[in-house]
Write a protein that binds this ligand. Structure first.
Ligand SMILES: C[S@@+](CC[C@H](N)C(=O)[O-])C[C@H]1O[C@@H](n2cnc3c(N)ncnc32)[C@H](O)[C@@H]1O
Ligand SMILES: *[C@@H]1O[C@H](CO)[C@@H](O)[C@H](O)[C@H]1NC(C)=O
Ligand SMILES: *[C@@H]1O[C@H](CO)[C@@H](O)[C@H](O)[C@H]1NC(C)=O
Ligand SMILES: *[C@@H]1O[C@H](CO)[C@@H](O)[C@H](O)[C@H]1NC(C)=O
Length: 319
């Protein structure tokens, strides 16, 4: 009952207020001076808030699709927004990385042991590999130059680039571990083009086919999956002190994904190491990778080198 009364009272009050406003407006507009002032004021306000007025004050820098971010990052105080609070642990020796990951992620049991489990055996192909620019000359150039003990790959899919790198390090006689970060989900709808990757209850078998590929090529001693999302995996490696001598970024290609992956990967790059990634120059370009790489380099005062379809940043500055 009380609620109803309140509502009635409020609505009557509202009506009274409305009537007063209408009266006031009538009086004001009857006075020609007030009318002219109001007219000028509304024109000025409209002009200030119009898009043309704004853009004349913010001239975008050349070739920059996102001027506001570029301008913000020029201000040291705004850079503080990019800070991260997790601290990376002191680097562990590279020869300990594989066992640490097997212990902490897989409870001490290698993901290759007792593979394949009976329920997926019939659903896998002996070897099913497909990559994108996964055999580019950049891989052999960088592996020859860096001679990495630890390679971290962000975005592995069926293992084309990882297995290519494994071949290259083997040819050079290097003792290299390749850590493959991927959630092994692909992307929504990827099976439209990969119908032969089977599903069990909606669970795609990308991870199992990757393991199968690695074992088929006898690379299980040098390639290890880290089957989690790039954000949590990179952050966890940082907290465990796992660093990479060479890091490849090839997961999500939108700006936000590439930006986050590059920034997180950079924190676990060994000083003097090299970070690189795909799709700087391809049909997929300017979906965001190039903008993320350029912004990252600009903020950190780094040089971006182009190698085929790939971008390369050498933390030691050697080009
Ligand atoms: C272009 S494919 C990688 C291709 C591979 N580097 C090659 O050359 O053969 C991209 C991969 O990134 C993975 N990916 C995308 N976003 C991810 C995320 N946020 N976390 C983990 N993996 C992700 C997908 O599952 C997919 O396998
Ligand atoms: C980890 O493995 C040990 C045996 O090595 C087992 O007792 C334990 O239950 C396992 N823990 C989990 C969380 O699976
Ligand atoms: C790696 O080398 C093996 C044989 O040496 C070859 O069969 C295989 O295709 C190579 N794999 C990749 C992914 O380059
Ligand atoms: C893997 O190892 C087996 C057994 O040693 C060998 O028969 C096979 O040719 C090897 N495969 C590759 C691709 O090197």
């Amino acid at each position: 009952m009380k609620d109803k009364d309140d509502t009635k009272e409020r609505s009557m009050h509202h009506h009274r207020l409305q009537r007063k406003l209408v009266d006031l407006t009538k009086k004001l507009f009857a006075n020609p001076t007030v009318f002219v002032i109001l007219l000028m004021l509304s024109y000025a306000l409209g002009y200030i808030s119009s898009p043309t007025f704004n853009s004349s004050r913010h001239t975008p820098p050349p070739n920059s699709p996102n001027p506001s971010i570029f301008q913000l990052t020029n201000l040291p105080t705004q850079l503080d927004n990019f800070r991260v609070t997790t601290r990376c642990a002191n680097p562990i020796p590279p020869q300990n990385a594989r066992q640490l990951i097997i212990d902490r992620l897989f409870n001490g049991t290698s993901p290759y042991s007792n593979f394949p489990p009976p329920h997926v055996t019939q659903l896998l192909r002996a070897r099913r590999i497909k990559g994108w620019g996964s055999y580019g000359a950049v891989f052999s150039r960088l592996i020859n130059k860096v001679k990495p003990r630890i390679i971290i790959e962000v975005g592995t899919f069926l293992g084309a680039s990882a297995l290519h790198m494994s071949n290259l390090t083997r040819q050079l006689g290097l003792d290299t571990q390749i850590l493959c970060i991927d959630d092994f989900r692909g992307w929504p709808g990827f099976r439209d083009k990969f119908k032969d990757i089977q599903m069990i209850n909606g669970d795609i078998l990308l991870y199992y086919q990757f393991i199968q590929n690695v074992m088929y090529l006898n690379a299980s001693e040098s390639v290890l999956p880290v089957p989690y999302s790039s954000g949590s995996a990179l952050t966890t490696l940082c907290e465990w002190g796992v660093t990479g001598d060479l890091i490849e970024v090839d997961a999500g290609h939108d700006f936000n994904s590439a930006w986050a992956d590059i920034n997180r990967a950079w924190r676990i790059l060994r000083p003097g190491g090299v970070i690189f990634g795909h799709d700087y120059f391809t049909a997929a370009d300017n979906r965001g990778v190039r903008r993320a790489v350029n912004l990252f380099a600009k903020i950190n005062g780094l040089q971006v080198r182009i190698d085929g379809q790939h971008w390369v940043i050498d933390s030691a500055g050697n080009m």
